[in-house]
Design a protein. Structure first.
Length: 345
């Protein structure tokens, strides 16, 4: 297998540990994350003054000559596929995609092909410098198959580690737009009685619970108040539809990012998403509240009406703050148009 050599000298006043010293001084163009460097040390890929050192905690002095041997990234076992992508932004380290509804992010037993990863392997080709030693796109977050919108994907190991750290610290800006049943309004006494629900200034609904797999249906997530993973969702009404209001366009943002979080939290609050086959139940819209076209549009909407509209983060290599927006897809915009139609009297 082909390999490359990275040679440099430890600069003045280095950290005492080898792993920290080389992480500080390795050339930026090497695109090696701290995690990858630690693995290279343990596998014998780092030499100090001509001797291989496999202990990350080994002492190192300034002026030490470092040689790192990096095997070229292996090809992924996942095959590239020529699938069109809506690329919002791309550079040497990352790519931002506006994913259509219906596309799975990563291959799985039920979806071995036709995924975003298959498409990215074809689109990026040789531009993938390798994540964890494999030429593959670095998936740091996902959105559901039937959810549309923005995703950032790493093309290099350093970008993958940097983005993953931001998602772990919950510093990534993520705003969604969703269409839900009813109006999650602070004036609703029923909603104020829902456990885990509260309101902040500006009529912002805050839902705070634990989330974990449903006890009997392993394909679903469920709300708990003990165990599970901490989850916080905020939402505010953008527009209400119907007379009386029977549906709303809401903006949601995440303090945490858990599987199905917005869908589960809004369903817990009694405002499940239009079209959601898993958490939406079989709710019907009163034909007196909306036009016939509006009722038909709701009944015929076959996916959860959820779109990842805004994504903001710090570039993991340059440090530049980046922020992207994706307009609502045609199906959600068409649903809104139908919901706005006047009721025939």
């Amino acid at each position: 297998m082909a390999s490359r050599r990275i040679e440099f000298v430890i600069a003045d006043n280095p950290p005492k540990r080898l792993d920290k010293a080389i992480a500080r001084d390795v050339p930026e163009e090497a695109s090696l994350s701290r995690t990858r460097l630690a693995r290279l040390i343990e596998s014998g890929g780092v030499a100090v003054d001509g001797q291989a050192v496999t202990e990350p905690k080994a002492r190192v002095a300034e002026g030490a000559e470092i040689v790192i041997t990096v095997e070229e990234a292996e090809d992924s076992h996942i095959g590239p596929e020529d699938i069109p992508l809506d690329v919002i932004y791309e550079d040497d380290d990352l790519i931002v995609i506006n994913k259509p509804a219906g596309m799975v992010v990563h291959p799985a037993p039920g979806s071995p092909s036709g995924t975003l990863v298959n498409a990215l392997l074809h689109h990026c080709g040789a531009d993938l410098s390798g994540v964890g030693g494999v030429k593959r796109p670095g998936i740091v977050h996902r959105i559901d198959k039937e959810t549309s919108g923005l995703l950032v994907v790493a093309k290099s190991d350093v970008a993958h580690q940097g983005l993953a750290a931001q998602f772990e610290r919950h510093t990534v800006e993520r705003y969604y737009q969703a269409l839900c049943y009813g109006t999650p309004d602070g004036n609703d006494p029923r909603l104020r009685g829902v456990r885990g629900a509260s309101f902040e200034p500006g009529h912002i609904l805050k839902i705070t619970t634990q989330l974990a797999r449903h006890r009997t249906d392993r394909q679903r997530q469920a709300v708990f108040f003990e165990g599970g993973r901490h989850a916080i969702t905020r939402a505010r009404i953008i527009e209400a539809f119907g007379t009386p209001a029977v549906a709303s366009l809401v903006e949601c943002w995440l303090e945490t990012g858990r599987t199905h979080q917005i869908r589960v939290h809004l369903a817990h609050a009694g405002h499940s998403l239009l079209g959601d086959p898993t958490y939406g139940g079989k709710r019907k819209i009163s034909p007196k509240a909306l036009s016939a076209a509006g009722v038909a549009a709701v009944d015929g909407f076959s996916r959860q009406a959820l779109h990842a509209a805004v994504l903001g983060f710090k570039h993991p290599v340059s440090g530049e703050m980046l922020r992207f927006e994706a307009p609502l897809p045609d199906d959600m915009q068409g649903l809104i148009t139908a919901l706005r139609l006047p009721v025939a009297r």
